[in-house]
Each structure stands twice: as structure tokens, then as C-alpha cells.
Design a protein around this ligand. Structure first.
Ligand code: TYC
Length: 114
């Protein structure tokens, strides 16, 4: 078999690097509002994000007091799905509870293990 030329080597290396890169993570953000009952928010955090009751209550109160809070970091597809689940539960119960996602930019500093 002939030796691979330099272009082939470059392609092979960059593919390997891509394969070894960690997937970019997305933050799921929960937003406060004046109408969604606290117990409903806690229940959603427990069922959609699998938080224990104490952690779900702590996070609900954080969002209630600060306006917004990070529920967790996930790959894009998982973050999107969790937000859709929150939206579906809120819509079904007729509450304006809102959840959004944003890239976790600080989380992928070059050379930093995370
Ligand atoms: N502010 C709401 C209330 O007082 C509770 C609440 C907390 C709503 C967190 C949304 O993401 C939220 N009933």
C-alpha cells in the first residue's frame, strides 16, 4: 500500500481530533414568572430533571428570587428535549413557566479539562 500523502494525513488527524472532542454543552435556563405555582415548578424539576425534592425546592427558590437560574448542562438534543418537556407540562397545566437553552461558552476553554 502506498504511503498516504500529506493531505490524507491531515484529514485523518483532524477527523481523529473531531472524534475525541467533547460535545459542546448547553445550559438549560429556568425563568421566573408571577403565575406558575411554586409546587408545580418543584414537580417539573423533579420529573423532567430528576432532582430530589430538596434540590428542586432550592433551585425553584433561587429562580423565584433571582429571575433566572441554570437547571443543568446537557448536549444540545437533551437540553432541547428537556425544554420541550417543560413547555408541554406548562402548556397542559396552563401556566406560563418558561425554559430556554444557551451554549455553555465558558465550559469549553481550550486545554481545560471539564
Ligand atoms: N414566582 C412564582 C410564584 O411566586 C414561582 C416560580 C418559581 C415560578 C420559579 C417560576 O421558574 C419559576 N408563584
Amino acid at each position: 500500500m502506498p504511503a498516504p500523502d500529506s493531505e490524507e494525513l491531515t484529514l485523518t488527524r483532524s477527523r481523529t481530533e473531531q472524534r475525541l472532542e467533547r460535545p459542546r454543552l448547553w445550559r438549560v435556563l429556568l425563568h421566573n414568572d408571577d403565575y406558575t405555582p411554586r409546587e408545580f415548578v418543584v414537580l417539573v424539576l423533579q420529573t423532567v430533571f430528576h432532582l430530589g425534592e430538596a434540590e428542586a425546592t432550592r433551585l425553584m427558590l433561587y429562580v423565584h428570587n433571582h429571575g433566572i437560574g441554570v437547571v443543568g448542562l446537557y448536549t444540545y438534543a437533551v437540553a432541547e428535549t428537556k425544554c420541550a418537556e417543560v413547555a408541554a407540562a406548562a402548556e397542559k397545566a396552563n401556566f406560563p413557566l418558561m425554559c430556554t437553552i444557551e451554549p455553555d461558552e465558558e465550559g469549553d476553554m481550550e486545554g481545560e479539562p471539564n
